[in-house]
Each structure stands twice: as structure tokens, then as C-alpha cells.
Design a protein around this ligand. Structure first.
Ligand code: FAD
Ligand code: DHB
Length: 389
């Protein structure tokens, strides 16, 4: 088997890259270790920046997103009962789209199926080989047989635990990491959201986030200590904890019911540099992780693949290597902006067991500064709604 670009991973990064290449007449095969249903069952991000919306439009899959997605012109931050709305429309003339990662993935999968592009699901023992030479290849097992796929390039879109980054010789990679001493316990419920906009709340018991997927489906998160097990949290325990962390007038409005999904995600900041090794390119969570507080993970995956798709198109159509040569440095500039913003939002809004009373006063001062400074609000709005390249 042979193709031009072998894409490892059918998450949002891999599928979007596949769609952009397909549109440009470049052949790509997507190789995914899980089933399509499994990929769709993972409940993750919910907020798309304008740049991600534009990219999905460019990829030709924006119709359902525009019909069903919810345009949000602001978010609410609260700190021990005080609250501050960040008015995106007024501050930076922009907005975000609330549309779940699951729906983005479903739209991309449907488009891929319609165009009859090849996706191999449930590929086992995926291995990437010879990417430092002229003949890179991908080997995997399927239905008991071993298959080898030759290609010009390999796109490592296989997430944080994927095989691509791990296949790079250790000396060729520098990594930067911070693991936070907590995670987010998330719940999805078929109940109307408690408010029209997202609420990010700092409370002495820990962070809480009120989000949504539609006017009848809510997504909520609470900060939990590292190592907590989801089995230890009944739905009732979750709702009680969430209520305690919200302002009383909001808590009163909260509609609760049985969860349809409940999971814990550990919070982490991580960057691997560079993003290119010969003909292997990393994109999305394969290369970096942000804590979810700034809603940047999915958006960053989208901006990586926009840059990578443009570089590959430049290679095949204009026979120029310049996009491929600059991909890593260009993508990393934007990645570090998102790392900074996500770290800052996380630092402001969570409780940190190690920093004590002093740390909480500093957080409070940071929040008060934000409330009193239009420039600080503008900076938040600018970063949240869309980072520049
Ligand atoms: P992924 O979505 O991880 O996709 C990678 C794909 O590669 C997967 O389908 C995987 O099965 C496949 N794969 C892995 N290894 C192999 C292999 N060896 N061979 C073949 N295929 C392989 N972001 C937010 O903004 N808000 C959130 O609330 C939020 N919550 C999250 C919760 C969790 C538990 C996680 C893990 C992430 C969360 N994120 C969140 C981050 C966001 O979902 C990711 O940034 C986004 O999914 C990145 O897309 P991706 O395509 O790069 O990676
Ligand atoms: C959601 C997740 C986030 O990390 C975030 O910052 C906002 C919303 C969500 O899942 O809806």
C-alpha cells in the first residue's frame, strides 16, 4: 500500500488534516487504533475559537455547526461570590462557538465517509518507521494480518499517549511539563444549562465550570484532588459539590438529573520541541497539552493542522519546502501563547494546596485587577476568543 500522507490518529487533528488535504487533491490515509464509536464516545472540549470555526468552514463541514452551535459573546468569571462578565463583543468585537468536540468529530467522520477517503479503524500495533530517511512507512496489524503503508510524510496526530512522539529518538526531543496537583471531574446531563453563558468559578473549595452542549444539555466540571476516582463520586455528590461552589443565586437555578457521562481528566501543561523529525510531523495533543481552563486544547490542535495542511499543500502544489521547514517554529510560537494563557487561567481559578493563604490573596488581587482594568479584560477576551499566529 502507498499514500502521500499517512495520518496517525482519527481525533479532531487527524480528521481535519485529512479533510484539508483531500480538498487539495492530496491523498491521505488515516490510521486509528480505536473504533469510530469509541472515538465518538469521548466527551471532551466544547468551545471553538473563531479560527477553528473558520477552519471547519474551509474544510467544508461547517453547516451543522452553524445550525446547532451556540454563539457566545461573553463568559462570566466569579471569585468567592464576586462576579465579572467578560464581554467579548464589546472588548474585542469577537465571539466563540459552543459546539462539542464529539459533534466536530462526527461531522468530520461523515465527510470522510462521503468522500470515500480511507480510514483504518481498530489498527493494532501501529509503528512508524524510517521517517529520518527517504522512505517513511507505517506498519500495523488488522484482522490478524500485518500491513505496511509507504508514504511521503507521516502526520503524528495520535494524542498525548500516541506512538509518534514516542518513536522519536529521545535525544532529538526536548520536553517541558507541569503536572497540576488536581483534575477536573466532568458530568454531562440532559438538563437545561444553569445560565446562558459559561461560568468559571473560583471558590475556596475549588474551581467549578458551568458549560453546555445545547439548550437542553449541560456540561459541568469541579476541581478534584489528583488521584481521585470517578467511582467515588455519585451524581448526587457531584451536584452537591457544584452547588456549594457557585454563587447562591446561581446554585438555586441549577437543574440536576442523572449523568449521561462522568469522567476525570488530570490537568497538565506539556510541550515537546521540535514538531518535525525528517518526514514525521507532530500536531495537536501528540505535541502539547494545556490544562483545559482556557478552552484551548482543541483550538490549538486545529491551528496546528491548519499550518501543517498549508505546508503540505505548498510542498505538493508549489513544490516549495519552505512551509514544511518553518512549520515547527511557527506552530510553537502559537503553542506557547496558549500554554501561557491556559496556565494563567488555571492559576487564577483553582485552589492550590501548596500555596496556602498567601496564594489565595494573590489570586484575589489578580481577580480584582481584572475587574478594574479594561486592558486586562481585553487581554483575557483576546486570548480566549482567538490567539494570533
Ligand atoms: P486526540 O483527540 O487525543 O486524538 C488522538 C487520536 O489518536 C485518538 O483517537 C486516539 O485513539 C488515536 N491514537 C492514539 N494512539 C494511537 C496509535 N498508537 N495508533 C493510532 N491511533 C492512535 N480540551 C478542552 O479545550 N476542554 C476540555 O474540557 C477538554 N477535556 C479533555 C478531557 C480529556 C480526558 C482529554 C484527554 C482531553 C481534553 N481536552 C479538553 C483536550 C482536547 O480534547 C484535545 O486537545 C483534543 O482532543 C486534541 O485533539 P487531537 O486530535 O490532537 O488528539
Ligand atoms: C468546556 C471545557 C473547557 O475546558 C472549557 O474551558 C470550557 C468549556 C466544555 O467542555 O464545555
Amino acid at each position: 500500500m502507498r499514500t502521500q500522507v499517512a495520518i496517525i490518529g482519527a481525533g479532531p487533528a487527524g480528521l481535519t488534516l485529512g479533510q484539508l488535504l483531500q480538498q487539495a487533491g492530496i491523498e491521505a490515509v488515516v490510521i486509528e487504533q480505536r473504533s469510530a464509536d469509541y472515538v465518538l464516545s469521548r466527551i471532551r472540549a466544547g468551545v471553538l475559537e473563531q479560527g477553528a470555526v473558520d477552519l471547519l468552514d474551509r474544510a467544508g463541514i461547517g453547516a451543522r455547526m452553524h445550525a446547532e452551535g451556540l454563539v457566545h459573546e461573553g463568559i462570566e468569571l466569579s471569585f468567592d461570590g464576586e462576579h465579572q462578565r467578560i464581554d467579548f463583543a464589546d472588548l474585542v468585537g469577537s465571539n466563540v462557538m459552543v459546539y462539542g468536540q464529539t459533534e466536530v468529530t462526527r461531522d468530520l467522520m461523515d465527510a470522510r465517509k462521503a468522500s470515500q477517503a480511507t480510514t483504518i479503524y481498530e489498527a493494532e500495533e501501529v509503528t512508524v518507521l524510517d521517517f529520518d530517511g527517504a522512505r517513511p512507512k507505517v506498519r500495523y496489524r488488522k484482522n490478524g494480518g500485518s500491513i505496511e503503508l509507504e508514504c511521503d510524510f507521516i502526520a503524528g496526530c495520535d494524542g498525548f499517549h500516541g506512538v509518534c512522539r514516542q518513536s522519536v529518538p529521545p535525544g532529538a526531543l526536548t520536553t517541558f511539563e507541569r503536572v497540576y496537583p488536581f483534575g477536573w471531574l466532568g458530568i454531562l446531563a440532559d438538563q437545561p444549562p444553569v445560565a446562558h453563558e459559561l461560568i468559571y468559578a473560583h471558590h475556596e473549595r475549588g474551581f467549578a465550570l458551568c458549560s453546555m452542549r445545547s439548550p437542553s444539555r449541560s456540561r459541568y466540571y469541579v476541581q478534584v484532588a489528583a488521584g481521585e476516582k470517578v467511582e467515588a463520586w455519585s451524581d448526587d455528590a457531584f451536584w452537591d459539590e457544584l452547588r456549594r461552589r457557585l454563587n447562591p443565586e446561581i446554585a438555586e437555578q441549577l437543574l440536576t438529573g442523572p449523568s449521561i457521562e462522568k469522567s476525570i481528566a488530570q490537568l497538565r501543561s506539556f510541550v515537546a520541541e521540535p514538531l518535525r523529525f525528517g518526514s514525521l510531523f507532530l500536531a495537536g495533543d501528540a505535541a502539547h497539552i494545556v490544562p483545559p481552563t482556557g478552552a484551548k486544547g482543541l483550538n490549538l490542535a486545529m491551528s496546528d493542522v491548519r499550518m501543517l495542511a498549508d505546508a503540505l499543500i505548498e510542498h505538493y502544489v508549489e513544490h516549495s519546502a519552505s512551509g514544511l521547514d518553518t512549520y515547527s517554529a511557527k506552530a510553537l510560537q502559537r503553542i506557547w501563547k496558549a500554554e501561557r494563557f491556559s496556565w494563567w487561567m488555571t492559576s487564577l481559578l483553582h485552589t492550590f494546596p501548596e500555596t496556602g493563604a498567601f496564594g489565595r490573596r494573590i489570586q484575589r488581587a489578580d481577580f480584582d485587577y481584572l475587574c478594574g482594568s479594561r486592558a486586562a479584560q481585553q487581554s483575557l477576551a483576546e486570548n480566549y476568543t482567538g490567539l494570533p499566529d
